[in-house]
Design a protein around this ligand. Sequence first.
Ligand code: GLN
Length: 461
Amino acid sequence: MKIADKETKAVDLVRRALERAKASDDYHVFISLNEANALERAKNIDAKIERGEKVGKLAGVPFALKDNYLSPEGNTTAAAKMLEDFQAPVTATAVAKLEAEGAIMIGRTNLDAYAHGGSTENSYFGPTSNAFDKTRVAGGSSGGSAVAVALDIVPFALGSDTGGSIRQPASYNGVVGVKPTYGAVSRYGVVAMASSTDTMGCFAKNAEDANLVMSIIAGQDVKDSTTLKDYWTRDLEDARPKRKTIGLIKDTLGKGIDPEVSKVVRDYADKLKKSGYEVKEIEMPILKYALAIYYIVVPAEVASNLNRYDGIRYGHRSSEANDLDEIYQKTRNEGFMPENKRRIMIGNFVLSSGFYDAYYLKAQKARTLLIQAYNKAFEEFDALLCPVAPRPAFKIGENTDDPLQMYMEDILTVPPSLAGLPAMSIPAGKSKTGLPINIQLVGPRQSDQMLLNIAAELENR
Ligand code: GLN
């Protein structure tokens, strides 16, 4: 990616990004642009360079921000009516860190409202189109950020991944998507979805760029007690896998997976072999329970996190309400999208007395078994290889009336999320019709850089 210096002006980098953003208006990538502010920041950076002052590692680099990251510039909407007019009083840690290194936010990208979804069709502001086919979905929930990078509007964009929201849109649009180890990046200042699986990551054009961005946003933060001690500190070439052993997860290549997707994954396995890796098939039958676990645990956390939208403290308040109960009911009815409501209902159901043991507790126990299965696999393998999504991007509208089918699309991305593992979505091929297909590399906790090292090595072949 281009960084501003004496020859390359930050103002030009930012202007170009803004022009491209406007030229791609019909994809509906952005909820809002940050034009005046971005140009102002760029001018300041150019002036600093002019004066010979020190500038950051990402001086003048424009980036796009998923609209669930808080910052006072513009409204943070989470693509929901509830927050349509919400101006954040604080800046998310990840954003503050990028800005401290000179990166410049040029706009806020579209998502499924509150990040609930996998297509960006659940946005209150309407869907985002796929970068390769406007009639298809961008993927989601970080659809806008993925398309912003795929269309070359910006060299990187931030997203959040709770159960696939970076990896799946990265795959649908053929860019690198990083879902880090749980706790690698502070969640402070990001609209919460499910606190035990929410992770903050990025989209980029290649593994090296992604590593640079992640090395800046990662790290311990006193404002998020689940953050890990800084470990994203090496140069990428120093993060080589020790054993060079990869497990190809057999259970993820069979029934229900598009043969074109399986082929891309098997081809990637062959490339790994040619690069000196030992690739062996592994069976992980527990994976078939991951989706059921996820759609119990995550709605439970969603229901709790969305309790705060009561129409009193901030965000939308219904103008139709006549008493306190009506304020709650009407505000929430108007402010949330149908998918948000569905999850609140499932979440409150699985947490209710009488059902808690049968659903929530059982799911958490099964989650522990899933974590143990991964731990066992990593005794033998540096990393696991599997698809990101069962098929390439589907048509806009195809799944909107069928929430269960929508949930099925998440079957391959939710397992690492439940286990808190790093998982990379890496461009690897295309379907016959020209739609991108990524592969997924999953590793032990804190092996994020090792996974990117593997991807970088294969990119360079
Ligand atoms: N598609 C998944 C879901 O709907 C993942 C969403 C996410 O990672 N934010 O829950």
